[in-house]
Design a protein around this ligand. Structure first.
Ligand code: C2E
Ligand code: MG
Ligand code: MG
Ligand code: MG
Length: 281
């Protein structure tokens, strides 16, 4: 009986695995098509000045609606795009679309996520230079967000690449700060302009004294290193107030707005965002 049970379990497992593989392959085929047909959307989440409550920048976040109509989270398709290297095309598409969309909103900076896979490509700098030139987007309005996992890859190559990007005049942000490994040495060795404080710390501010100490320390660290600190995932006025009182000037989160289509961003320009919460589009 035990043997039969084992065999059944194994069969079920194999079936599931094959199903998983099939749907993964299907997803890959669909994602490739979406990229080639330019049918991905790029939404923009406002970054807000906590003193003036005005939007000063937006982060480009990719949205994918499958032919079936359901929205796939970037948390699912970005890793797939990275494993299949589709991220190279996807990343270029997002940058080009974002630069084109945001270039007329001249008071706004633009943040775009850069995958570790892109960072190791020798043609990255040329690609970015080209997109900036073609869209007329000033390099100093662009900030590239890099996560700590990217920095684990190849220390020397990554550092060289980052210095070349800085030469272009673009800014660099360390994304999801505090979630990876040995972040402090990265801050010392790599030319970051901005620290993005991971939303897990902001999220636990209300109930975790440890989070309060860490947020306090990171804001101080940013100030003494001459870096901007952006708080991610700000959802309550209490969090926003705490951050502002601690000297953190910039926040991004559902308290102000989720990622929105460019037309919505246009409508919110110059508006006091502390007065009303913007719902998801
Ligand atoms: P990220 O770069 O850290 O982006 C912030 C994520 O936090 C976004 O999730 C955003 O919708 C979410 N978020 C913002 N405010 C709040 C809040 O107040 N509460 C909560 N709970 N969440 C908030 P999203 O759009 O699902 O993206 C997830 C991740 O996927 C991004 O994390 C980024 O690492 C990656 N990603 C998205 N678009 C791209 C892209 O075009 N290229 C690359 N390489 N990665 C991307
Ligand atoms: Mg980001
Ligand atoms: Mg982030
Ligand atoms: Mg994050």
């Amino acid at each position: 009986a035990a043997k039969r049970e084992g065999r059944e379990t194994w069969r079920a497992y194999t079936r599931e695995l094959e199903g998983g593989r099939r749907s993964r392959k299907k997803l890959e085929v669909e994602l490739r098509a979406a990229i080639e047909e330019n049918s991905l959307s790029v939404y923009y989440q406002p970054q807000v000045d906590l003193v003036t409550h005005r939007m000063i920048a937006v982060e480009a976040l990719t949205r994918w609606r499958r032919p079936e109509g359901d929205i796939v989270s970037p948390l699912d398709f970005i890793p797939l795009a990275e494993e299949t290297r589709l991220i190279v095309q996807l990343g270029e598409f997002v940058l080009r679309r974002a630069a084109t969309d945001i270039v007329p909103f001249s008071e706004l900076a633009l943040a775009v996520n850069l995958s570790p896979v892109q960072l190791l490509r020798t043609d990255l700098v040329q690609m970015i230079e080209e997109v900036l030139a073609q869209s007329g987007f000033a390099p100093d309005r662009l900030e590239l967000e890099i996560t700590e996992s990217a920095l684990l890859k190849d220390d020397h190559t990554v550092r060289k690449m980052m210095l070349e990007l800085k030469q272009l005049g673009v800014k660099l942000a360390l994304d999801d700060f505090g979630t990876g490994f040995s972040s402090l040495s990265y801050l010392q060795r790599l030319p970051f302009d901005t620290i993005k404080l991971d939303r897990s710390f902001i999220n636990s501010l209300d109930r975790d004294p440890g989070a309060v100490s860490i947020v306090h320390a990171v804001i101080g660290l940013g100030a003494s290193l001459g870096m901007k600190v952006v708080a991610e995932g700000v959802e309550t006025t209490a969090q926003a107030r705490f951050l502002r009182d601690e000297g953190c000037r910039i926040a991004q989160g559902f308290l102000f707005a989720p990622a929105l289509p460019a037309e919505e961003v246009d409508r919110l320009r110059g508006i006091d965002l502390s007065r009303h919460r913007v719902a998801a589009a």
